[in-house]
Write a protein that binds this ligand. Structure first.
Ligand SMILES: [Zn+2]
Length: 105
């Protein structure tokens, strides 16, 4: 006899996404979507671009980790020089520690 465990989490109906940097699951609002459209990979701040998407925290450390490979893997692609430059440019606008830093200011 097979016992199937249901691990479906029902948390209201807030869309939840996994950060490809740290694998934490968070509500979509705290995440930044990166989308692969055709050949390019770019940040999708509207969350509406069609294409394969992946999510990352608005936290620098997660982007650093993501750009090391997790992001490309999630998008099933290789990041080109341009993609990387574009993503790094965006990454550099992020705070090092989103939550904690706010308190310090
Ligand atoms: Zn993260």
């Amino acid at each position: 006899m097979k016992v199937k465990k249901k691990t479906t989490q029902r948390v209201k109906h807030v869309p939840q996404r996994t950060c490809v940097g740290c694998r934490e699951i968070l509500s979509k609002r705290q995440m930044i979507r990166v989308v692969r459209t055709g050949e390019r990979v770019r940040v999708d701040l509207t969350g509406k671009l069609a294409g394969r998407g992946a999510y990352l925290h608005d936290r620098l450390s997660c982007w650093v980790r993501g750009l090391k490979g997790a992001l490309a893997h999630a998008l099933k692609t290789e990041l080109s020089h341009e993609d990387r430059a574009r993503l790094e440019e965006f990454m550099n606008t992020l705070p090092a520690e989103a939550e904690d830093e706010k308190q310090a200011l």
